[in-house]
Design a binder for this molecule. Structure first.
Ligand SMILES: C[S@@+](CC[C@H](N)C(=O)[O-])C[C@H]1O[C@@H](n2cnc3c(N)ncnc32)[C@H](O)[C@@H]1O
Length: 281
């Protein structure tokens, strides 16, 4: 079966996203706004959200009068989306291999950070295109590389440095948050899967973790522990170090994050690509 590793990862990883839905959605709000501004869903649109997570994009699209369908490989995410966004329809599906046509053909296909996890991205975008109406718009955001996103490594590196053996450097094109960092790769995936009018623009937005008197350090730590690197480190180190040792290591992470406060809060620019394309008419 395709995407076995990511299916397993998100089956459990999705639970953390559901539990901390408000935190993820507030830190990533600017990127949802960018997708919605570019896609501009409205009455008469049938919107498909790929890797929909807990459904924030469809909450907004349906509020604007569109119909909404979300697909996600993670049952936990789909359950969370159904709870939070009753106006849309959600299905557990692998967007690379499953038939996505239910509720279509779709006039707008959107995603916030949900399309970088495919074993075969060209096959995935060809499959997604099969559910698209002629002339449909595709709009998504994906992360640029760790070199432009300091939040990917800051704090997480404290955890990874303690692992034995240390994890090997990730393959930059392996399924994961940075798999679409190379804009040339995105372009060849989309043209190779039959999409036209591909446009890829840098979109940067501030992620400010501070709120209501918090400096944002614990909020960022929560997010780190719900990323691939954070979870991998916790799986190995928490049992090995014991409760006190693990708590001490988390304090080291907090200390590292506090070194980067700006005006009293933890804040970073998130560097993404805003990608648009069209299904041929
Ligand atoms: C980084 S999360 C983003 C979730 C949501 N779009 C958001 O912005 O809150 C990536 C999502 O993609 C989903 N995903 C990963 N591989 C997938 C696949 N092959 N088909 C459908 N969804 C997938 C994951 O389960 C996860 O919910």
């Amino acid at each position: 079966m395709a995407n076995e590793q990511m299916r397993a990862y998100w089956a459990t990883g999705g639970k953390g996203w559901v539990e901390h839905r408000d935190l993820f959605d507030s830190e990533l709000a600017a990127f949802a706004d960018a997708v919605l501004a570019a896609a501009d869903p409205g009455p008469g649109d049938r919107v498909l959200d790929i890797g929909c997570g807990t459904g924030i994009l469809l909450a907004e699209a349906t509020a604007r009068g569109a119909s909404g369908t979300g697909v996600d490989i993670s049952p936990a995410m789909v359950e969370g989306a159904r709870t939070h966004v009753p106006a849309a329809t959600f299905a557990v599906a692998d967007a690379q291999t499953d038939d996505l046509s239910e509720g279509g053909p779709f006039t707008k296909i959107i995603s916030r950070f949900g399309v970088m996890f495919f074993d075969d991205p060209t096959a995935a975008f060809a499959n997604i295109r099969r559910a698209a109406a002629p002339g449909a718009d595709l709009v998504f955001v994906c992360w640029r590389g760790p070199d432009e996103n300091p939040m990917f490594t800051m704090g997480t590196s404290v955890l990874l440095d303690r692992m034995d053996p240390p994890p090997p450097p990730p393959d930059p094109t392996a399924p994961g948050p940075s798999a679409f960092a190379d804009r040339g790769r995105i372009e060849s995936i989309l043209t190779g899967s039959g999409w036209d009018d591909v446009a890829i623009e840098a979109f940067d937005a501030l992620c400010d973790y501070g709120s209501e008197g918090s400096d944002g350090v614990d909020e960022r730590l929560t997010m780190i522990l719900n990323t691939g690197g954070g979870r991998m480190a916790q799986d190995q180190l928490e049992p090995a170090l014991g409760a006190d040792g693990w708590a001490a290591l988390l304090d080291d992470v907090r200390t590292e994050l506090r070194r980067h406060l700006v005006d009293g809060t933890l804040q970073f620019d998130g560097a993404t690509w805003l990608v648009t394309a069209r299904n041929p008419a």
